[in-house]
Design a binder for this molecule. Structure first.
Ligand code: NAP
Length: 259
């Protein structure tokens, strides 16, 4: 299927590894030129070169912390015309509800709510003027079903979800769609660190903690960055032009619900 994306240009934030990289590669596979980003310069440069070599698309790599104003300025200065925005950043640290004070919440809100909103405000008006655009926000399954140790994530991402629900309906008339992808457990560095924490908390080994977690998933495995990226590319496709304001859960059926 031709997704109609050849020659478009995407900004994929936080994309040297993991789910962001999965999205960047899936878009590159559709012929999309990229601006990619991460804080670690060597990693983002290496990823950019691998994507250029594999897919033959243009890739601009920007080493910057997307959660800071300075980082976003650097990123936007390198962007040029952007047709597709994929919002992503690292997730907040786990803990217990009594751990977090105001500063912790401000950090989480900055990273996982206010940063995507700032980039949407910076890039969507020009998409609307051109009459075509796509925004995909990487959030979390914690929006649908809270994860107890991830209270900061539960809170900040719920805020972004409310913003997207309202805003997506105000930009749809101009050919710009905006949707959220909600990852369940995926095989990335983030899940390695969460399993390490769970193992410590339960006083068991890493492998046992991982097996216990995966046993609760109907597919008995984690998702892959490739599977995740494919869903992102579909939401950006011309075929998905009538899908907006939606929250797509990618969790192997782990969250039980009829609808
Ligand atoms: P990951 O494998 O740890 O990759 C994170 C990527 O983002 C890296 O390229 C990292 O590079 C970059 N990054 C992190 N913070 C950044 C920042 N402030 N500015 C720019 N780049 C940044 O993480 P992941 O598993 O792909 O997770 C992506 C998002 O999905 C996170 O918000 C996570 O909480 C959420 N999520 C993941 C899962 C899962 O199972 N994997 C489930 C639910 C939600 P640098 O470190 O060099 O910056």
């Amino acid at each position: 299927m031709d997704f109609g994306l050849k020659g478009k240009r995407a900004l994929v934030c936080a994309s040297s590894k993991g789910l962001g990289r999965g999205c960047a590669e899936a878009l590159a596979g559709e012929g999309v030129n990229l601006v990619i980003n991460a804080r670690t310069e060597a990693d983002i440069e290496a990823t950019a070169q691998e994507i250029r070599d594999t897919y033959g698309v243009e890739v601009v790599a920007v080493a910057a912390d997307v959660t800071t104003e300075e980082g976003r300025e650097k990123l936007l200065a390198a962007c040029g015309q952007i047709d597709i925005l994929v919002n992503n950043a690292g997730g907040p640290p786990p803990g217990v509800w009594t751990d977090w004070d105001r500063e912790d919440f401000i950090k989480a809100l900055d990273a996982n709510m206010l940063t995507p909103i700032a980039l949407i405000k910076a890039l969507v008006p020009a998409m609307m003027e051109r009459g075509w655009g796509r925004v995909v926000n990487i959030t979390s399954r914690s929006v649908k079903s809270p994860l107890a140790p991830l209270g900061l994530s539960n809170s900040a991402r719920a805020g972004l979800t409310g913003y997207v629900a309202g805003t997506s309906r105000q930009i749809a008339h101009a050919g710009v769609t905006m949707n959220n992808l909600l990852p369940g457990s995926h095989a990335t560095a983030r899940i390695d660190s969460l399993d390490t924490n769970a193992a410590k908390a339960q006083n068991i080994g890493f492998d046992e903690a991982r097996a216990k977690r995966q046993a609760g998933n109907p597919m008995k495995r984690d998702g892959t960055a490739e599977e995740f990226g494919a869903a992102c590319a579909f939401l950006c496709s011309r075929q998905a032009a009538f899908i907006t304001g939606q929250n797509l859960l990618l969790d192997g059926g782990e969250f039980h619900s009829t609808l």
